[in-house]
Design a protein. Structure first.
Ligand SMILES: NC(=O)c1ccc[n+]([C@@H]2O[C@H](COP(=O)([O-])OP(=O)(O)OC[C@H]3O[C@@H](n4cnc5c(N)ncnc54)[C@H](OP(=O)(O)O)[C@@H]3O)[C@@H](O)[C@H]2O)c1
Length: 253
């Protein structure tokens, strides 16, 4: 049956940064598709996500605490997890943004964004991916961005980090593909989450962004779920090294 192609029944998925926004929507969507969830977050206040998982038919999710501003701590937590649990699907979603012109961006802000978005993505993916390679199966889905393709406006560290995760996606797809591990990314368009609050609060920017989106609206976190299920599922069995835009047509413009 075609629906079976998209089932995540019997799979365990690790989703990072699932307390809110896109990660929370993906965790709930994965539960609805039958997956067991492991959530990695910087604090344990995950009640809303845990409730959404249950509402979508999921069981008790495991919670692992790690601050992505500290890649060494993230690597230690991910390595321990990879030893003790079989992780079939990894969603690298945790991410942050700092908006300031390049000349005013501090090195501390640069480092923070690179640590959370890139170095900690690496810190999770290396041990979890290595265990997938050993087992000969797995799917990694990293949340990239339109700024994996474009320069953006006054978000230099974010753009650099998102270009880098797209490159890492392709590098790992090449290396791990022969072992049966697929590595893909999603490039969400402009999605209505806390990440874009400042843009939506600026009437000029908000209208300029909306006017450029062929779909005529901002995306919602739920708009990303179908792509995330697809890339993790058997339906995408021959999809590897791809960065899939879910952007209402922004990049086609
Ligand atoms: N919204 C968009 O338009 C858009 C577009 C393209 C790509 N993205 C990407 O999508 C992903 C999710 O973002 P979102 O839009 O859903 O934004 P969000 O609502 O701000 O969610 C960000 C998530 O990342 C977690 N996170 C941030 N810093 C962390 C840290 N130091 N340690 C652990 N977790 C941390 C947050 O945890 P806490 O709740 O604990 O802070 C939260 O769960 C990010 O990678 C973002 O770059 C978003």
């Amino acid at each position: 049956m075609t629906a079976d192609l998209f089932s995540l029944q019997g799979r365990t998925a690790l989703v990072t940064g699932a307390r809110r926004g896109i990660g929370a929507a993906i965790a709930a969507g994965y539960a609805a598709a039958g997956a067991e969830l492991i959530l990695m977050a910087r604090d344990a206040a995950l009640d809303d996500t845990l409730e959404a998982i249950k509402q979508n038919g999921g069981g008790e999710a495991t919670v692992v605490i790690a601050d992505f501003a500290d890649p060494a701590a993230v690597e230690a937590a991910a390595s321990e997890l990879a030893k003790t649990r079989r992780i079939d699907i990894l969603v690298n979603n945790a991410g942050t943004i700092r908006r300031a012109p390049a000349a005013e961006t501090t090195t501390a802000d640069w480092q923070h964004v690179i640590d959370v978005n890139l170095n900690s993505t690496w810190a999770v993916t290396r041990p979890v991916g290595a265990a997938m390679v050993e087992r000969g199966a797995g799917a990694v889905v990293t949340i990239a961005s339109l700024l994996s393709f474009q320069g953006g406006i006054t978000v230099p560290a974010y753009t650099a980090s998102k270009h880098a995760v797209a490159g890492l996606t392709r590098a790992l797809a090449n290396e791990w593909g022969p072992a049966g591990v697929r590595v893909n990314a999603i490039a969400p368009g402009y999605i209505s989450t806390d990440n874009t609050t400042d843009l939506r609060a600026d009437p000029g920017r908000e209208a300029a962004i909306r006017d450029r989106i062929p779909a005529g609206r901002w995306g919602q976190p739920e708009d990303v779920v179908g792509a995330a299920v697809f890339l993790a599922s058997a339906a995408a069995g021959y999809v590897n090294g791809h960065v899939l835009a879910v952007d209402g047509g922004w990049l086609a413009r």
